[in-house]
Design a protein around this ligand. Structure first.
Ligand SMILES: Cc1ncc(COP(=O)(O)O)c(C=O)c1O
Length: 517
């Protein structure tokens, strides 16, 4: 039997459901299928038919039902309803004689149930296994973090804060969020933490919303000098909602010039000064910036996303006690779950920050991500995390030296963190060309504007690189020296396919010697 509705339009889902419900109630022994078909036939026989809108809203439920006809026959819906796609029957199964609303294996099968998606995820695993990751905003997490993020916490919706929820059934969610907070505070020596931000940008936006009024002035680092867009770039809400004044770096040293920041602060009287960025390779003088903030009556915020791991392990100056509030992502230098976090010490700021995050910029909590944060923060409290961060620094120095030996200029002459900016234009290769060629050779990097870059963002003068992810898979300084050599070989002639293939083989060999997952 095939029921074709193409020439009839559609009946409403609620109409169908009501009719089916009534029929099932009248003859419960009939089971699901006869009722469903009879109802469908009755309605399709030319009763009150409506347009596609409502049906489209119910497409998921409709698909489940329509795919599962017991006769194995297709139900063909009109092209205008299905965007030209016919529905075919397959996957049908019954439970105790009644059709279930779930497909077979819903609770028991993994990604093998979706081969197209599985193939793409497998491809990504192979890419990560067989390529060298040098992108500074990435890292390689432990199996425990993966497990926590892929756990049943995915199913739990909570709003509010640990032990103060709007929904029930939150007892384990409460334990997990409280654990993540406790570990964050222990790791960074702060009194308070909010682990809910879905991302670093949300952490920053929530803090701004909680601490500032619309139109207040923020003094933050220019993105062209390494600042992050969430600190007030005009393309973001933060850039629209606040008055942004940007500071840069000194032309000669390519480092933050405190005198210039002080002059801007005196002139513009910001309510908040922000330090930290996504492409600044040097340690920041937190005490110096705090003194400026105090002088002009501003709060001081540090976004330590790129060096949080080093702060946690005391291998980098600590933003506390200078900063009033500290934000970070948890997936870069912290080597953990996706998302963000806020830390602070002054109880008077707690409500403003917490409510700035929720309900200010977010709704319910991504509890699976919070579980992942708890896992990575637990790992970061282990002594091995200190060893990891020492290795991040040693490896960064090895890579920096290898790049300089090969004739590339490093912005500011080097790095104090795992992150560095290499000027490739000095060797005649722009960042976009360099990044593409390196990708072909199995090295993932990102093109980046350099301070005072005369070139446009699409084809900037350099690359941003980091030792974070490579260190996580066990690369040592010799390996990073070799990686610097790979980069030099590729950039000697980015169009030389044979050279790229040769480097690709060397990259593969190095990766195979340090397997992941
Ligand atoms: C310093 C800094 N803050 C915030 C962010 C934003 O993080 P997200 O992409 O998770 O919003 C980044 C991202 O790279 C960053 O470098």
């Amino acid at each position: 039997m095939a029921v074709t509705l193409a020439d009839r339009g559609a009946f409403t889902w609620s109409e169908w459901a009501a009719a089916l419900g009534a029929r099932l109630a009248a003859s419960p022994d009939e089971g699901y299928w006869p009722s469903w078909l009879a109802t469908l036939e009755t309605l399709a026989a030319g009763k009150r038919l409506v347009g596609a809108d409502e049906l489209a809203h119910r497409r998921d439920a409709w698909d489940r039902a329509a795919r599962a006809t017991p006769h194995g026959e297709p139900i063909v819906l009109g092209a205008e309803l299905r965007h030209g796609r016919d529905l075919h029957t397959h996957d049908h199964h019954t439970a105790g004689g009644r059709m279930t609303t779930l497909h077979e294996g819903y609770f028991s099968r993994g990604l093998e149930a979706d081969p197209v998606l599985a193939a793409a995820i497998d491809g990504e695993l192979a890419r990560q296994r067989d390529g060298i990751e040098l992108i500074a905003s990435e890292n390689i997490v432990s199996k425990a973090v993966l497990a926590a993020q892929g756990s049943v916490l995915t199913n739990k919706t909570v709003e509010g804060f640990a032990y103060h929820r709007y929904y029930g059934g939150a007892e384990f969610a409460d334990v997990i969020e409280a654990l993540a907070i406790e570990r964050a505070c222990a790791l960074f020596g702060s009194r308070f933490a909010n682990v809910q931000p879905h991302s670093g940008s949300n952490a920053n936006a929530g803090v701004f919303l909680g601490l500032l009024k619309l139109g207040d002035t923020i003094l933050s680092m220019n993105t062209a000098a390494g600042g992050h867009i969430s600190h007030g770039h005009p393309a973001t809400l933060t850039g629209r909602d606040y008055r942004i004044v940007a500071y840069g770096v000194a032309r000669d040293s390519e480092r933050i010039d405190l005198d210039a920041v002080r002059d801007l602060a005196r002139e513009h009287r910001p309510k908040l000064i922000v330090a930290g960025g996504s492409a600044y390779p040097r340690a920041i003088d937190f005490a110096g910036l705090k003194a400026i903030a105090t002088e002009v009556g501003a709060l001081f915020m540090v976004d330590m996303a790129h060096f949080a791991g080093l702060v946690a392990t005391k291998l980098h100056p600590d933003p506390f006690p200078h900063a009033d509030v500290v934000t970070t992502t948890t997936y870069k230098s912290l080597r953990g779950a996706r998302g963000g976090m806020v830390l602070w010490n002054d109880a008077a700021l707690s409500d403003r920050i917490n409510y700035g995050i929720f309900p200010g910029v977010q709704g319910s909590v991504m509890m699976h991500a919070v579980a992942g944060k708890a896992a990575c923060l637990g790992e970061a409290l282990r002594p091995e995390f200190v060893a990891y961060n020492r290795a991040v620094l040693a490896n960064a120095q090895a890579l920096a030296a290898a790049l300089q030996d090969a004739g590339f200029r490093l912005v500011s002459g080097g790095t104090d963190t795992g992150l560095m900016l290499a000027d490739t234009a000095v060797r005649g290769v722009t960042g976009d060309v360099a990044a593409k060629a390196l990708e072909k050779a199995g090295l993932a990097v990102n093109k980046n504007l350099l301070p005072f870059d005369p070139r446009p963002p699409e084809a900037p003068s350099g690359l941003r690189l980091s030792s974070n992810a490579g260190t996580a898979r066990g690369f040592e300084p010799d390996d990073f020296t070799a990686i610097g050599g790979f980069i030099a070989r590729v950039l000697a002639d980015p169009a030389d396919a044979a050279a790229l293939a040769a480097v690709r083989a060397d990259v593969l060999a190095l990766c195979r010697a340090h397997p992941i997952y």
